[in-house]
Design a protein around this ligand. Sequence first.
Ligand SMILES: [Zn+2]
Length: 261
Amino acid sequence: MPELIEVEVYRRLADKTVGRRISEVEAPDAWFLKRGLTPSGVVDAVGGATIVGTERIGKLLVVELDDDRPPLGLRFGMSGRLVLDDDAPIVELVYSSRRDLPVWDRFALRLNDGARLRISDPRRLGGVELDPDLGALGPDAWLLTLGQLRAALAGSKAPLKARLLDQSRVAGLGNLLVDETLWRAALDPARPAGSVVGADLARLQRHVRSTVRTLFDRGGSHTGDLHVARRRDGACPRDGALLQRRTIGGRTTYSCPQHQR
Ligand SMILES: [Zn+2]
C-alpha cells in the first residue's frame, strides 16, 4: 500500500508537471471527492490554474496552484497510484493489482501540453480534497527528529505500533514500514509507547529515518528484510526464531519474540 515512500515517488512524478496549466479536470467519481467537494466545485476551483509546486506530508500529496488558489490534496488509500500519461513509477503495491483499467481512474488533470495526471485506484479508498487540513498531521517521518518522536510517544499507554501508525502523531508510516522499523530497532510493537525512552527512543528515531531511506532506495515499502518472512511459520531473518503474528493497532503484525523487547 502507499506509505510515505510510495507517496514521495508520486510527489516526484507530480513535480514534473510544475509550470503546466490545468486545461481540464476529470472527476467522474463524486465519491472520491472528500470534505464536501463536488465535481463542479473542483472544476471551478482548479480549472485553468497553473501548478506551481508539490509537497508531501506523510501520505498526503499536496499540489500547489497559482493565483492564491487553495491547494489540492491527493490521498491514495490502500491501492491508489499516481500516473502521468503512461508513466506509473510504482509497479508493485502489496494490496493492489498490477493491472490498470480505465474504470479505476477516479480523478485526472489534463494539462495544457496534452499530458494527463491521474489517480488510478481499484479499491477506491483514496480521495481528493481542496485545502487539506495539514494541522491534523503529525511531523513527517522522513526527517523525524528525536524531540518530535519523544513528543509523539510520551505518556502513551497505547501499543508502540498503534502510536506510530497514528497519522496525527507521526505522519507517513504504514503497516509494513512500522513492522520493519521495529524489527530493526529490536522493539516489541506491543509495548506501551510511553515506555520507549532513553537509549531505546534514540535507537527508534535512528531506525525510523534509516528504514524509510533504505526502503525508498530499494524501491518500496515491501522491500524490507522482514517482508519475506511475513507469513505463517515465518522465521526471523536475524536469529531464526519463529515470528509472532498478532493484530496490533488493527493491523496484522509480525515481530520476533527473541530480539524485539
Ligand atoms: Zn529475531
